[in-house]
Design a protein around this ligand. Structure first.
Ligand code: ZN
Length: 486
C-alpha cells in the first residue's frame, strides 16, 4: 500500500570536510600533531597576528589534487584562495582562507552500490582547499565554569569535497560516504575517522513531490559524526520535512543539528548565504598555479583505487560481491588478502579458499584504525596453512585448529602439524581396517545402505571420523566405505 510518504522523495547532497594528513599546517610550519598541550602548536600566522603572512603547504596541495584526480575531477590550472569572513571565537583571524568561485577542481563523480544491486554515479561538484578553525572547550578542569579556546587545530589543512544533490535516501548517503572514505584512505590523505572528527559530514536535505523538477527548501544538518547518525538523521529529517510540506507550512533555509539521544534534529541557526560571508580574493596569497606536468605526475602516481580493486576481485578472481566488499573494506585488508593470493596468482579456486579463510578466521580478530590495520597472523602463515589443506595433509576443520594454535606467534603451520601428528590419515590400508570394523559392528545400518538408503554412508563416515579423532581424510573414507558396502 502506498503512503503519503511514498509520494515524496528526499534530495540529499553531502559536504565532507577531510583533514589532510600533512605534518604541518596549511599556511605555516606549525605541526599538526594531535594531543599536544593546548595552544603550543601555534605561531603568528595561525594565531592571526597582524602582519603575519601565509605560505601555502605544497604537501597539502598535492594530497588534495590527488584526491580530485581520483574522483575524476577536472583540474583548474589557475585557482584562487578567498577569505570567508565570519566572527567566531575559534577563528583568530576573523576569516577562514578557503576557495570560493575559483576552486582548483570541479565536476567529478563517485560510483556507489545500490541496495537492490547495480550502481549509481554521484556527482562531485568540487574539491577545494581550506583551513580548520580552533576548538572551543567547555568545562575544562583547570578553568571550571569557563569556556576556553585551543588553537592547535587552527590552520590545519582541510579539503572540502562537495557532492551534488544526487542522493535519494539514507542508504545511498551512507554508501557514498563509505566509498569516499575508502578512496581517501587508499590515497593515504585522510584517516577516515568520523568519530574523531577528521572526516566530517554536513548533510544538505530537502524533499519534493516525486516527479517534480524544482528543489524544495533545504536544511543543512551540521557535523554528523558517524555513519549510523547520518542514516538516522536523514531518516528523521525526511519524515519531518514531509510532515511540514503536508501541513502546508513554509520555512526559511536554515541549519540544524542532529541529537542522537532524542533521535531528532534541532534548529541551530538561520543559514548564512554566501553574501553574508563577504568573500573576496585573499590578498596575501597569489593565485594557485598547478603546472600540467606536475598534475600529470600526480595522476600517474595514483595507487590502484578501491573501485578498480573491487572490479578485479569480482571479474578476474570471480569472487562473490559480498566477499569483494569485505576484502576491499580497508586497503590494508585488501593488501593482506593479495599477499595470500600471490602464492597462486590467477587461481580462482585458491582465491575463494583464501577469501573464506581470511574472512571467517583472520578478520574475526583483525583491528583497523585509520590508515593502520593489524592482523593476528602473517600472510605467509595463511599460505602455508591453505597449502596443507590443498595437499590434503590436513582437513579444513584441522586447518582452523592449527590456525588457533599458531595465530599471534611466528610458528609455522607445517611444523605445528608435524609436531602434533595432525596430518590426516590417508593411508588406505589402515583406514580400510577401521571402515571394515565399523561395518561389521553396525550390521543394521549396513543392511539399510545396501537396501538403497544412500544417506547411511554419512553415518559410517561419521563413525570412522570419530574413531580416528577426526584425522582421517573424509573423501578417502567415503570412497573406501562405498567400495566395502557395495
Ligand atoms: Zn602556525
Amino acid at each position: 500500500m502506498s503512503t503519503v510518504r511514498d509520494t515524496y522523495e528526499a534530495v540529499i547532497g553531502l559536504e565532507v570536510h577531510a583533514q589532510l594528513l600533512t605534518n604541518t599546517k596549511q599556511f605555516c610550519g606549525c605541526p599538526t600533531s594531535f594531543g599536544a598541550e593546548p595552544n603550543t602548536n601555534v605561531c603568528p600566522v595561525c594565531l592571526g597576528l597582524p602582519g603575519a603572512l601565509p605560505v601555502l603547504n605544497r604537501e597539502a596541495v598535492s594530497m588534495a589534487v590527488r584526491t580530485a584526480l581520483a574522483l575524476g575531477c577536472a583540474i583548474r590550472h589557475r585557482s584562487v584562495f578567498a577569505r570567508k569572513n565570519y566572527f567566531y571565537p575559534d577563528l583568530p583571524k576573523g576569516y577562514q582562507i578557503s576557495q570560493f568561485d575559483q576552486p582548483f577542481s570541479e565536476r567529478g563523480a563517485l560510483d556507489i552500490p545500490l541496495e537492490g544491486g547495480g550502481n549509481k554515479w554521484v556527482g562531485i561538484t568540487r574539491v577545494h582547499l581550506e583551513e580548520d578553525a580552533g576548538k572551543n572547550l567547555h568545562g575544562v578542569a583547570e578553568v571550571p565554569g569557563k569556556s576556553v579556546i585551543d588553537l592547535n587545530r587552527a590552520g590545519v589543512p582541510l579539503m572540502e569535497i562537495v557532492g551534488e544533490p544526487d542522493l535519494r535516501g539514507p542508504t545511498e548517503a551512507v554508501a557514498y560516504l563509505k566509498r569516499l572514505r575508502d578512496v581517501l584512505v587508499a590515497l593515504e590523505v585522510n584517516d577516515g575517522n568520523l568519530e574523531e572528527g577528521s572526516f566530517r559530514c554536513d548533510v544538505n536535505i530537502s524533499v519534493r513531490k516525486r516527479g517534480a523538477a524544482a528543489f524544495g527548501t533545504r536544511v543543512e544538518i551540521k557535523n554528523v559524526n558517524s555513519f549510523r547518525h547520518v542514516h538516522r538523521a536523514i531518516e528523521h529529517e525526511t519524515a519531518r520535512l514531509i510532515a511540514v510540506a503536508e501541513a502546508g507550512e513554509t520555512f526559511r533555509q536554515h541549519t540544524r543539528q542532529w541529537d542522537d539521544e532524542s533521535g531528532r534534529t534541532v534548529f541551530l541557526r538561520e543559514k548564512e548565504g554566501s553574501d553574508d560571508y563577504r568573500y573576496f580574493p585573499e590578498p596575501d596569497l597569489p593565485p594557485l598555479i598547478l603546472e600540467e606536468a606536475w598534475v600529470e605526475s600526480l595522476r600517474s602516481g595514483l595507487p590502484e583505487l578501491p573501485e578498480a580493486r573491487r572490479q578485479r576481485f569480482m571479474h578476474d578472481l570471480k569472487l562473490p560481491p559480498y566477499d569483494t566488499e569485505v576484502l576491499t573494506g580497508h586497503p590494508k585488508i585488501g593488501d593482506f588478502f593479495e599477499a595470500v593470493l600471490q602464492a597462486k596468482p590467477g587461481d580462482a579456486a585458491w582465491a575463494k579458499r583464501a577469501a573464506n579463510f581470511v574472512m571467517t578466521e583472520v578478520l574475526a580478530e583483525a583491528r583497523v584504525h585509520g590508515l593502520e590495520a593489524s592482523f593476528p597472523a602473517k600472510p605467509a602463515q595463511i599460505v602455508e596453512l591453505l597449502e596443507l589443506v590443498e595437499a590434503q595433509t590436513i582437513s579444513g576443520k584441522q586447518a582452523k585448529e592449527v590456525y588457533a594454535a599458531i595465530k599471534n606467534t611466528d610458528a609455522s603451520p607445517a611444523a605445528h602439524v608435524a609436531e602434533h601428528g595432525m596430518a590426516q590419515v590417508s593411508d588406505t590400508a589402515s583406514l580400510e581396517a577401521v571402515c571394515r570394523a565399523e561395518i561389521e559392528g553396525n550390521p543394521k545400518q549396513a543392511a539399510a545402505y545396501r537396501a538403497g538408503n544412500a544417506k547411511m554412508i554419512g553415518f559410517f563416515v561419521g563413525q570412522v571420523m570419530k574413531q580416528t579423532k577426526g584425522s582421517a581424510n573424509p573423501s578417502l573414507v567415503n570412497d573406501i566405505l562405498k567400495k566395502l558396502l557395495a
